[in-house]
Design a protein. Structure first.
Length: 239
């Protein structure tokens, strides 16, 4: 993040509004880019990192709620919801998905820019105090993959069933405990024989793992470190 202005992405299918927002924010000094769909956003995100994402709820294809949910699970991103629907239920759902701001159209551009600057400062402070990947985890218990390879064995609690790709991902992370992997490196390891690179697939696998762990009332020791990558921070068996 720059000293003053966070990097901003705008996901808005109204081309006129998107271009107006981009023009105003870049004139104010924000590094910014915009796209018209969730699918284009995920592709562009792997080329240009951002700190804050402005998301319109009514997008073609994957809607804004789905984008917000994925970003919230990844952690580290500021989320701003843009919508023409200002009803209480919509606002509550957005806030429950981790939205930092909920803005109803038409938008006051000057107030938006001020809010983005303030949000960027809060995010910067949060990242400064982020837990380092080499901080010891809780106790001497160990995380491991079951002998049959079909479950993750937490130190306490029930085994968590794994799909083939979930197992492959965890094997990589656990075998290199506390080592940070970029999404690109994980994709290369998991999908080495596929020509098209879709880094979003790593996020999908992680999201499913976290949802499973949550159902089993277990906190998965996999962290997404902002601007760095993905790391496993739980204790593992000594080798």
């Amino acid at each position: 993040m720059t000293e003053q202005y966070p990097r901003v992405a705008i996901v808005e299918d109204n081309e006129d509004l998107r271009e107006e927002l981009l023009f105003y924010l870049t004139r104010r000094g924000f590094p910014a880019w915009g796209v018209g769909s969730a699918e284009l956003f995920w592709k562009q995100l792997h080329r240009q990192s951002v700190d804050i994402v402005l998301i319109d709820l009514r997008l073609p294809g994957e809607d804004g709620f789905a984008v917000a949910q994925f970003l919230h699970e990844l952690t580290g991103y500021g989320l701003v919801i843009l919508t023409a629907r200002g009803d209480h239920q919509t606002k509550l759902r957005a806030l429950n998905l981790g939205a930092d701001l909920f803005l109803v159209k038409p938008i006051n551009f000057a107030k938006l820019a001020d809010s983005l600057e303030q949000l960027g400062q809060r995010l910067s402070q949060t990242h400064t105090h982020e837990v380092a990947p080499d901080v010891p985890s809780n106790g001497a218990s160990n995380w491991r993959i079951s002998r049959t390879g079909d479950a993750l064995m937490p130190p306490d609690g029930q085994p968590i069933p794994l799909s083939a790709k979930e197992r492959e991902l965890l094997n990589i992370l656990i075998d290199s405990n506390h080592q940070i992997f970029t999404r690109q490196s994980l994709h290369d390891l998991l999908f080495e024989h596929e020509e098209e690179v879709e880094l979003h697939r790593i996020d999908v696998i992680l999201s499913r793992l976290r949802q499973k762990a949550k159902r089993y009332e277990v906190q998965l020791p996999v962290r997404t470190l902002f601007g760095k990558g993905i790391v496993f921070v739980g204790d593992t068996p000594s080798r």
